[in-house]
Design a protein around this ligand. Structure first.
Ligand code: 13P
Ligand code: SF4
Length: 304
């Protein structure tokens, strides 16, 4: 470990105790951030963790909608996002106004929003879901028509697993779009023993080539299996750090080195320290939106 890191980590850990803070990090965060976090996980695991923490301050190392979800679930806690510019382009592909208009066109449809959406969009939705529980949540919806926003690819994947009429919003993740079938085909030739595991945000043609379609948390669990010794990983490259750390001796190959989410990389050790020092930048969802959005998130947490 570099001297810079050791000093920063010491300061972060001592300030964390002083503030009674917990550090939550998404699986796509930089390795240095994952390594100092109290908990590293996927969107569902992070929301569940935020909902039950007894810390006063949550330092959310992820993107804006994740910190918003923590604020929705814990309105009395201080939720910090160490870089306030860490947004999710997919979450910004639909606004509450656009969703309201679409709902008027589809009055019989239940609105399911991917957790990668703004608090305002959640407030206009009946139930939320993550990539880990989307199939289960949508199966449980008691209507035959579902409007799914904003990720068309996750929506399409779910529609192949269940028997409901689904309407999609044309949103997508620019990072997962970088993974194309050619990458998977070439790597399969190079690593014939490897399992191909991809995220449901990937293109349908990529999903069609996979052995498993899993959330990032699901990928981490799958990698621990005894029958998995090599894995081609079709998601954001940050997860490779955790996979290698938890599974020494196994081989993990990113499906594409270009599948990097620039927003997830905005947070580093310095910014975590500054945010604990300054108790800023804080993400706080206004009560009127938060209460309605919470109903959608709570319904999801009841199912999953
Ligand atoms: P999960 O970690 O929930 O699978 O989500 C991936 C993602 O893109 C988060 O932004
Ligand atoms: Fe959003 Fe894609 Fe980045 Fe996840 S990886 S935060 S969906 S842009």
């Amino acid at each position: 470990m570099e001297n810079r890191d050791a000093k920063l980590i010491e300061k972060i850990l001592s300030l964390k105790r002083e503030r009674n803070a917990v550090i939550l990090a998404h699986n796509y965060q930089l390795g240095e951030v994952q390594d100092i976090a109290d908990f590293v996980g996927d969107s569902l695991e992070l929301s569940q963790n935020a909902a039950r923490t007894d810390a006063d301050v949550i330092v959310f190392c992820g993107v804006h909608f994740m910190a918003e979800t923590a604020s929705i679930l814990c309105p009395d806690k201080i939720v910090l996002l160490p870089d306030i510019n860490a947004g999710c382009p997919m979450a910004n592909m639909i606004t509450a106004k656009e969703l309201k208009e679409r709902k008027r066109e589809l009055p019989r449809a239940t609105v399911v929003c991917y957790i990668n959406s703004t608090a305002e969009v959640k407030a206009e939705s009946d139930v939320s879901c993550t990539s880990a529980n989307a199939v289960k949540v949508i199966e449980n919806v008691d209507s035959e028509e579902v409007l799914f926003v904003p990720d068309q690819y996750l929506g399409h994947y779910v529609s192949t697993k269940i028997d409901k009429k689904m309407f999609f919003w044309p949103g997508y993740c620019p990072t997962h779009m970088k993974i194309v079938p050619k990458h998977i085909k070439e790597l399969r030739q190079e690593y014939p023993l490897a399992k191909v595991v991809v995220h449901p945000e990937c293109r349908a043609e990529v999903i069609a080539l996979a052995d498993q379609v899993l959330s990032t948390g699901g990928m981490c669990r799958y990698a621990r299996r005894e029958d998995v010794s090599q894995m081609i990983v079709g998601t954001e490259v940050g997860i490779i750090h955790r996979l290698r750390k938890e599974n020494p001796g196994k081989i993990f190959v990113p499906a594409s080195e270009h599948a990097v989410c620039p927003n997830m990389k905005l947070i580093n050790l310095e910014k975590v320290l500054w945010s604990l020092e300054e108790i800023s930048p804080e993400v706080k969802v206004p009560e009127e939106i938060s209460l309605r959005a919470k109903a959608a998130v709570d319904r999801m947490l009841e199912v999953a």
